[in-house]
Design a binder for this molecule. Structure first.
Ligand code: C5P
Length: 405
């Protein structure tokens, strides 16, 4: 039934009674703009927050609420049966409880039960309700059943309070829904992905770091997970949470990251080195916090070279234990502005590092690092361009995985 990525999907968006329902309008809009066919099912409570005419205008389809409307079309099962993906956003604590128990006392409940399509829910509620053991248990049941949970985030809630329980942003829910219907072309594969920036300690409280947010590496881990891979994420410092459903190992410094890669690369079908690894580290790490009175007006830090993990993998100490056919993908984040020179740097790096593929992206004060979007060029080991992608980091991640597949 799944139409697959790029095709027009039949999407059911269930909207339940929380204030975040107003943001569900933007979600519906994203699906419509993406070319998908959206049927909205709004609960009675949801319609206290957003009007039916708004939802019908934005979705360009009738909005269902009542189980006893359209009975001749057997609507309570028809919508679910023909859907490629179901999304419930916002999902209140009450809705999560009903979904966990399979209650079908309204059109949304019957639609969910009548559907074999992937279900994505975007919880939204106050922190106390989100953390209540009943909600936690319901979430566990849903997760075990394969339901995908988008968010919630932490931030401003309806009142003046701030905390966990804020509905994920519409674009995040949209991405999660699309991810739910991806082809499972990495099923049975093991991927090792590194992400984030290493931190090289100077003393117990200070470090030398870089501006990598980890977003691109995390997106690759998510995309690979959604395509069926079992993913190990070796995470240096990340500015965003590590994704659910991947095995996460934290690594602070380059040497810790090298150890983690050495431990986990052996069994991997592919190693994707998206982490921004420091090339150098302070030679000496102080045991106690450095004091400026003792250091004086000038303070020299001597740096020594870190292991180049990629080279160790492709031609160094780790090479002999590499799995047959293992694909190694490196990244090059470069500030060079001239496109020709940028490509030349990347070609040289691909050869020097001995990688199968090199993902080149330009970075700068406002490009690449920490941003939501990215633009990359993928080169093979001979330096030929085998892929190009621009857009949000999740779609860039999928294009990189397309090359790998
Ligand atoms: O040499 P450069 O740091 O530009 O190379 C970037 C690529 O090499 C990235 O894939 C990064 O993860 C990897 N790298 C590494 N070990 C280092 C430095 C970078 O594996 N010490």
């Amino acid at each position: 039934m799944t139409s697959g990525e790029g095709d027009r999907l039949r999407v059911v968006v269930g909207i339940t009674g929380g204030i975040a329902a107003y943001k569900a309008v933007a979600l519906v809009r994203l699906f419509v703009l993406g070319g998908h066919d959206v049927s909205v099912i709004a609960t009675e409570a949801a319609l206290r927050f957003v009007g039916k005419p708004t939802l019908e205008a934005i979705s360009r389809n009738p909005v269902g609420t009542d189980l006893y409307e359209g009975v001749s079309e057997v609507r309570h099962v028809a919508l679910g049966q023909r859907a490629d993906v179901l999304v419930v956003a916002p999902a209140t604590a009450n809705t999560l409880a009903k979904l966990a128990h399979g209650l079908a006392d309204d059109l949304l409940g019957t639609t969910v039960l009548a559907s074999a399509a992937p279900l994505v829910v975007a919880p939204a509620m106050h922190t106390e309700m989100w953390e209540h053991p009943a909600t936690v248990a319901n979430l566990r049941v849903l997760r075990e059943r394969g339901v995908r949970i988008a968010g919630p985030g932490t931030g401003a809630l309806t009142g003046s309070d701030v905390g966990a329980g804020r509905m994920a942003e519409p674009d995040e829910i949209y991405a999660a829904a699309l991810a739910a219907v991806r082809p499972q072309d990495l099923a049975g594969r093991r991927l090792l992905v590194t992400a984030g920036g290493t931190r090289e300690p100077l003393d117990p409280v200070r470090f030398l770091g870089n501006r990598s947010s980890g977003r691109q590496g995390v997106a690759i881990a998510e995309a690979a997970r959604d395509r069926g891979a079992s993913v190990i994420l070796v995470a240096a410092h990340l500015e965003i949470p590590a994704p659910h459903g991947v095995e996460v190992h934290s690594a602070g410094s380059a040497r810790e990251l090298a150890d983690a890669v050495a431990r986990h690369a052996r069994d991997a079908d592919a190693v994707i080195m998206a982490a921004a690894v420091a090339d150098y580290r302070p030679e000496r790490v102080a045991d106690a916090k450095l004091k400026k009175d003792a250091l004086g007006d000038e303070y020299d830090v001597r740096l020594v070279k870190n292991p180049d993990i990629l080279r160790e993998l492709t031609s160094g100490a780790l090479a002999p234990s590499r799995r047959d056919g293992q694909v190694v993908i490196g990244f090059a984040a470069e500030t060079e502005q001239d496109p020709e020179r940028l490509l030349a740097i990347a070609r040289e790096k691909a050869a020097r590092k001995g990688v199968d593929y090199l993902v080149l992206n330009r970075v700068g004060w406002s490009e690449g690092f920490g941003t939501e979007g990215n633009a990359v060029t993928v080169l093979d080991s001979a330096g030929s361009i085998v892929g190009e992608a621009a857009g949000d980091k999740l779609s860039v991640a999928h294009r990189i995985l397309d090359v790998l597949v």
